[in-house]
Design a protein around this ligand. Structure first.
Ligand SMILES: C[S@@+](CC[C@H](N)C(=O)[O-])C[C@H]1O[C@@H](n2cnc3c(N)ncnc32)[C@H](O)[C@@H]1O
Length: 255
């Protein structure tokens, strides 16, 4: 157990130049992707009833910043965002963004593992994870954790890479497999880290598979939107426990 890895790649080494390299390898689009995510959260979720929020795998706090701004405009109630990440250096960088208090929104950063979240069962109103699920050692287990800590009737929002439309696949694969990591290395990224990340994008699930995974855990689909030629997808899920169990075909007595 002592030597078992806790992350798929060493995000502590990535942390130093994360924001810069992300802007470069996304060709400047990363801001638009976050804004699209926020727009879809806003249009699918009643944010006036959101008080406890998790930003899982928050990295350097870029996703947290967008979320805090959204919640400060969408709700007048006091909201608490707990943003956490497993990488100490990512969290240190996030803390430097000074997001602790934005109007009615309080932000707390911590170091935590998404496979064992330090929150009570059914305690949160909204969980967001952007570009994080793909990087977890065991995404299915973390989806189960998200289900456990969400209140019934509340939401999980995921922004992640997906599989692009067939017609553009040769071009996106060329970029991801051969150009993206080279660009990252030009700006100081470590070769093995960015080759790993490029492969993780290439091999990640399509939107239907991720939706199926969420449904298997027990989530109901609220909305699944692909964008950027299908290369990205936003999934909004809802935890909905119903007590309307289907009736057995035969009564047990008649068996
Ligand atoms: C690509 S970054 C995304 C950061 C941020 N959400 C964003 O949109 O910029 C992925 C993050 O997942 C974090 N991570 C990986 N495994 C984790 C785990 N088990 N628990 C929490 N965070 C984890 C990494 O440390 C890294 O900061």
């Amino acid at each position: 157990m002592g030597n078992s890895p806790t992350t798929t790649v060493d995000f502590d080494t990535i942390a130093k130049r994360y924001d810069l390299i992300n802007a470069v390898i996304s060709l400047g689009f990363v801001k638009l992707w976050h804004r699209r995510f926020i727009k879809l959260i806003k249009s699918n979720i009643d944010l006036t009833a959101v008080y406890g929020v998790l930003d899982v795998a928050c990295g350097t706090g870029v996703s947290t910043k967008y979320l805090a701004r959204l919640l400060s405009t969408a709700s007048s109630k006091s909201v608490r965002i707990r943003a956490f990440d497993i990488s100490k250096l990512m969290v240190e960088k996030a803390k430097k963004k000074n997001l602790q208090n934005i109007d009615n929104v309080k932000v707390q950063f911590s170091i935590q593992d998404a496979s064992l979240i330090a929150c009570k069962d059914s305690s949160q109103d909204l969980i967001c994870i952007s570009f994080g699920l793909r990087n977890l050692l065991d995404p299915a287990r973390s989806l189960g954790e998200f289900y456990r800590v969400l209140k019934n009737g509340k939401y999980l929002a995921i922004l992640e890479f997906s599989q692009p439309y067939k017609i553009v696949q040769p071009f996106t694969r060329l970029y991801i497999k051969h150009i993206m990591w080279r660009l990252a290395c030009l700006f100081g990224g470590k070769h093995s880290d960015y080759v790993y990340l490029a492969n993780s994008v290439d091999k990640w699930y399509g939107f239907r598979e991720l939706e199926y995974m969420g449904n298997l855990v027990g989530f109901k689909t609220v909305s699944t939107k692909r964008f950027f030629l299908g290369q990205l997808a936003v999934h909004i899920f809802k935890k909905e426990i119903t007590t309307n169990y289907a009736k057995p075909l035969k009564s047990i007595d008649s068996l």
